[in-house]
Design a protein around this ligand. Sequence first.
Ligand code: GLP
Length: 244
Amino acid sequence: EIFSDSQKASLAVANRIKDLILAKQKANEKFVLGLATGSTPTKVYEELVRMHKEENLSFQNVVTFNLDEYFPMQPDSLQSYVRFMNEYLFDHIDIDRNNVHIPDGTLAMEDVSKFCQDYEEKIKGFGGLDMQILGIGRTGHIGFNEPGSMANSRTRLITLDQITRTDAASDFFGEEFVPRRAITMGVGTIMAAKEIIMMAWGEGKARIIKETVEGSISDSVPATYLQNHDNAKVILDDAAAADL
Ligand code: GLP
C-alpha cells in the first residue's frame, strides 16, 4: 500500500492497531503486539499516544514484545531500545509495565540462550503475536535477522552485519562504539505473527524494498521471507516505492 507521505501511512497503521485493540477489548481479550524501533515507526507511536490522550484509547489490554535489543546494552543508555520505547510510547500511555517485554541487553553471556527460550515461551503463552510491525534495514534485515538468517530461526543472539553497524554509527558517535551483537526475535518468531505490517519511508529504502517485494525468496535478504506470509502488508511512502 503506497501513501503520498509517511505521516498518512503512519496514521493508517495506527488506526489498524487501534481497531484491533478495541476489538480485543470488546471480547475481553489481550492484544499481543510486536514492536519495532528505529526512525520508521516513530510516527505510528506518536499517533497512538495522541489517540490515548485525545480519544481515550486504553492500552490496558495490550501486551507488547519488542523485536530486538543491542547486546550488550544498559537500559538507560542513549541507544537502548528500552529507553527508545519509553520515550516514544510507554511513558505516555496506560500500558501495564508487566505487559511490556524487550530483549535484555544486560544479561551475562551464559544466560542469553535461556532468556531467548523464555522469550519464545512467553509469546506462545499469550497465544502468539496478533500483529508484528517492522521496519527494514539496508541489509534487508527484519528485527536484527541479518543475511544468512534461516526461515525457522527463533529468538537468539546474532552478530550484526557490517552495513548495519555502519548505519548505526551516528547513533553511537562512531562505528567502533556500535555493539557487535544483538538479541533478536527470529524469522520464524516474526512469521508466526497473525498479521505483519512492514513500513519503509524515503528513497534510501527504495532498493531494498524492491528486492523485498519483487526479489526471489532467499536468506540473503531476510525480508523476502515475508512473501510467504499470508497476512503481511508492506506500507510505503512514494519515495520508498519508487523502484517498484
Ligand atoms: C535497526 C532496527 C530494525 C530497523 C532498522 C531500520 O536495525 N533493529 O528493526 O528496522 O534499524 O531503521 P530505521 O527505521 O531507522 O531506518
